[in-house]
Design a binder for this molecule. Structure first.
Ligand code: ADP
Length: 507
């Protein structure tokens, strides 16, 4: 099968978060399973490639204007073909989506061009059996396909799959954006892309895509509820028959303590001595006294945003530090959380240290050197760091939500089994109680070692997930969209879309 990935970021070319890791890992695994896979990404300033021209110019309407981006790349890496949309005015920028002043104001145009260009690419450069889009930045692809390209003889035969990596980011813009990106105003209805007075890109894709996935089974259920649905639970629930949760895999070539070149000493489940070396190295790098090495070291690697549960930590920090643990934190994000960590470190210089930066090498060193990994997320579609932590024998302490609940097995004091620690209620005191339990287990070396051995033995490699995606692509190819549904979309928005949107409002 020929599978086209259209994504706004992917390692090793661009990354701001977990989506970048997924686009680095899944296509490679599909290729290893014998499929032909191409990945189309924007050509950002930081994308280090030889910009060999593959296609001189695609003609892409963006609002009133015509743009003529080219396609560069065309090389293979790990069996996967990579192409990049080259439009310097839109993508030759230092960061992917925006800077400290906020998102780029022309993000709708940038990603409308990218999504529409991807359809042209699928027609003219590399013709796939299925197109797999990711998140709000490529959400317009299924929308264009079922509107401007609804009668296109080639594209109307190619099913689309959209993966929601994080429902918290929907691409919300004022109504005037429809003219700016060249979508008909008739889409601005409750049955279409209207969302409380604004245009919602992701909602458009949820309605128009043939198939939907998200990155864990738990999250697939959660997003159909008002608590986690971010206002789209009704629309999503209506398409539940077309929604699957497929857990992300991780790339153990990059994230294994046995072979990791970014850590000071390698180690394995059968010989953990290197982990102690990594812990001393980590304390040293973060300027924390090693005399505390006998106490648990808590690691945090994260975007500093509300999603990740930092408001709980703000409330719980003093109680946690009474347990005589140390904390190393790495991340960037909301100024109030950066400030919180700086102040906490200033008040507890022997216990807390923070690096406000993005540093992949340091992320590996934290995974290897910490004893516990803290991830008290308010919601978590899949989460990668807790899975990396398992492999490094760094026991994750997580909140029971989404992918965290699907990947971490909570310690059971009766049997001594488990791979980490878990709390349910989103409250500072439950987080503190859970951490106290972890510290108590830390005091029992045999119990701790058993949990570490369990954790390190778990396997979340891409193979099983990639096979589930292949099943889905095969179904998508076979099961044509019912004719009535396709024609109602061509003549506006109706049928399934209307019912979906109405149930969204009720939700
Ligand atoms: P999300 O995608 O919501 O940010 P995930 O846990 O799914 O969360 O993925 C985060 C990815 O980004 C992981 O690979 C993590 O190591 C990486 N990461 C996040 N912040 C940093 C940082 N400050 N420095 C290095 N890596 C980071």
């Amino acid at each position: 099968m020929r599978i086209l990935f259209v994504a706004p970021e992917g390692i090793p070319f661009s990354k701001t978060g977990g989506l970048g890791d997924v686009i680095g890992g899944l296509p490679k695994e599909l290729a290893a399973l014998g499929h032909e896979v191409a990945v189309l990404l924007p050509h950002y300033r930081g994308t280090k490639i030889e910009p060999k021209i593959v296609h001189e110019s695609l003609t892409v309407p963006v609002g009133e204007a015509l743009r003529f981006p080219s396609v560069v790349g065309g090389f293979k890496l790990d069996g996967v073909r990579y192409d990049f949309l080259d439009d310097p005015e839109y993508f030759d920028r230092d960061t992917l989506y925006g800077g400290p002043a906020g998102d780029y104001p022309d993000n709708p145009e940038r990603f409308a061009e990218f999504s529409r260009a991807a359809l042209e690419y699928a027609k003219l450069v590399w013709r796939p059996d299925v197109i797999h889009c990711h998140d709000w930045q490529t959400a317009l692809l299924p929308v264009f396909r079922k509107t401007a390209y609804a009668t296109d003889p080639v594209l109307s035969q190619i099913p689309t799959v959209l993966t929601i990596h994080n429902l918290g980011y929907q691409g919300l813009f004022p109504p005037s954006v429809l003219d700016r990106i060249g979508l008909p105003r008739r889409l601005f209805t409750i049955q279409g892309m209207e969302f409380y007075g604004r245009v919602n890109f992701l909602k458009g894709a949820i309605i128009f895509t043939d198939w939907l996935t998200t990155v864990s089974r738990g999250y697939a259920k959660e997003i159909q509820t008002p608590e986690y649905g971010c206002g789209l639970d009704g629309v999503i629930a209506h398409r539940a028959g077309r929604l699957t949760g497929i857990l992300n895999g991780v790339d153990y070539e990059a994230w294994s303590p046995e072979t990791d070149r970014l850590i000071l000493a390698n180690y394995s489940a059968s010989d953990l001595s290197g982990k102690a070396v990594c812990k001393r190295d980590l304390l040293d790098r973060f300027g924390l006294p090693a005399r505390h090495a006998a106490r648990p070291l808590v690691g945090i690697i994260s975007r500093f945003v509300d999603q990740k549960g930092f408001d709980l930590l703000v409330e719980a920090a003093d109680e946690i530090l009474k347990e005589d643990v140390q904390i190393v934190a790495l991340g960037t994000g909301m100024p109030e959380y950066e400030e919180f960590f700086r102040k906490l470190a200033a008040r507890h210089p022997e216990q807390v240290s923070v690096r406000i930066t993005y540093d992949n090498g340091l992320a590996h060193k934290i995974e290897a050197g910490a004893d516990l990994f803290l991830m008290p997320s308010r919601y978590e579609p899949c989460g990668l760091n807790q899975i990396y932590s398992l492999r490094y024998g760094t026991l994750p302490l997580v909140r029971a939500t989404g992918g965290l609940e699907d990947t971490v097995e909570p310690y059971d004091p009766k049997t001594g089994e488990g791979t980490g620690f878990m709390f349910k209620d989103y409250k500072a005191q439950t987080l503190v109680a859970c951490l106290r339990e972890a510290v108590r287990v830390w005091g029992d070396r045999q119990a701790w070692l058993r949990l570490q051995a369990n954790a390190m033995a778990r396997d979340f490699s891409w193979r099983a997930s990639a096979m589930q995606y292949v099943d889905l692509y095969t179904r998508a190819k076979k099961e044509r969209i019912p004719l009535a549904w396709a024609s109602s979309v061509q003549s506006g928005v109706g049928g399934e879309a209307r019912a979906a949107a109405e149930s969204s409002r009720k939700g």
